[in-house]
Design a protein around this ligand. Sequence first.
Ligand SMILES: Cc1cc2nc3c(=O)[nH]c(=O)nc-3n(C[C@H](O)[C@H](O)[C@H](O)COP(=O)(O)OP(=O)(O)OC[C@H]3O[C@@H](n4cnc5c(N)ncnc54)[C@H](O)[C@@H]3O)c2cc1C
Length: 386
Amino acid sequence: MIDIKSDVVIIGGGVIGTSIFYHLAKNNVDVTLLERGTLASGASGACEGTIFLQTKKPGIHLQIAIQSAKMFKYLEEELDYDIEYISKGAMVVIPDEIQFETMKLFVQDQCNNGLNVELLDKKDAREREPALAETIEGATYCPDDGQVNPIKLTYAFAEAGKRYKRARILNNVNVEGISLEENKVRGVITNKGFISTSIIINAAGAYAPIIGEMVGLNIPIIPRRGQVLVSEEAYGVVNGIIGTSDYIACKYNPEIKNVNSSAGLIVEPTASKNYLMGATREFVGYNPRVTYEGIRSISGSIVSLIPAFKNISIIRSFAGLRPYTEDGLPILGCVEGIEGFIMAAGHEGDGIALSPITGKLISELIISGSSSMSLEPFRLSRFKEI
Ligand SMILES: Cc1cc2nc3c(=O)[nH]c(=O)nc-3n(C[C@H](O)[C@H](O)[C@H](O)COP(=O)(O)OP(=O)(O)OC[C@H]3O[C@@H](n4cnc5c(N)ncnc54)[C@H](O)[C@@H]3O)c2cc1C
């Protein structure tokens, strides 16, 4: 049985928990990470690995994504781990004229906010990616978008953190309760014993609301399932990451209706020469299963976007649960009324891309009481105001 003391306890061994773990460990903080399964057994091990800037709405979302993308540039060297990081740009394909008009405004807005992104007409888009269907209307292209292997990234943070003496990771430890005294954190109750601490970080992803309930909080994070297909080794069908504009255009211009649950596809070539193709967006509770309808929907959309995929076999499929919030932003920072309880969850489809900056900001908050970027837009209490 465990009976230890730790200055900080992180709940959740996904990319967010391990990034915070690393950033605290390297600053010599005594920190313990608890994971009920093994590292990356949640969404961080069942997702794609794109680091998209051009999908972010100008404002705080784009700002935090830019800061995080800058950190990726030196992460591989800093963590001393091959995380399969590449930053070669990505394309977002626009299927029709209505979305083209919306994306024109979106791109203009992004450029005005300092992002290097351009709008391509159909001819230029197909010159860059000849495999695209003739039916497309155009595309946007951002040379600063990139990708990483999310499982390797999670392990890279964990391994780099464990090199510091005061940092430990305990797998197969399920958090079952939180002990409070006069609304101050006192410890964590687990299936393996008690850990005494005054600071808890809730990095449980889609399961963060269950941890919240342990201290009487209502955390508005909802699991949003995403199904992904893995192709056989088939490099060269497309040159780089390709997404579609459906989801972005719908968010930016609510008058455009989302056509199906797979709208907003991403095709991502991996270092092992397969393609990841996904993903659905479904509210089906805590159900991480792949469905026949999901597979059909993704493969049908892929073939109409890139007809050459018709001859490529799918060898595997998986599904993960994104930690969705209504405004698309994560919940980060201290929680009013519960001293020592810190939130770091709700990154929805951006958790991989935002993991470095999240780890940095949360560790700064713990070490110095404030962070280099204001966490005000990410506070839990904003949902009372929506
Ligand atoms: C299909 C799909 C595609 C995606 N594509 C991208 C992409 O291209 N780019 C991008 O940036 N993001 C992407 N995402 C989003 C990204 O995967 C998530 O935002 C990110 O992984 C969330 O990380 P996390 O650490 O918060 O949660 P998780 O990885 O889910 O980790 C939470 C951990 O907490 C543990 N846990 C829960 N309860 C307890 C408990 N009681 N005790 C102990 N441990 C507990 C779980 O076991 C889990 O390991 C995608 C997601 C999906 C599903």
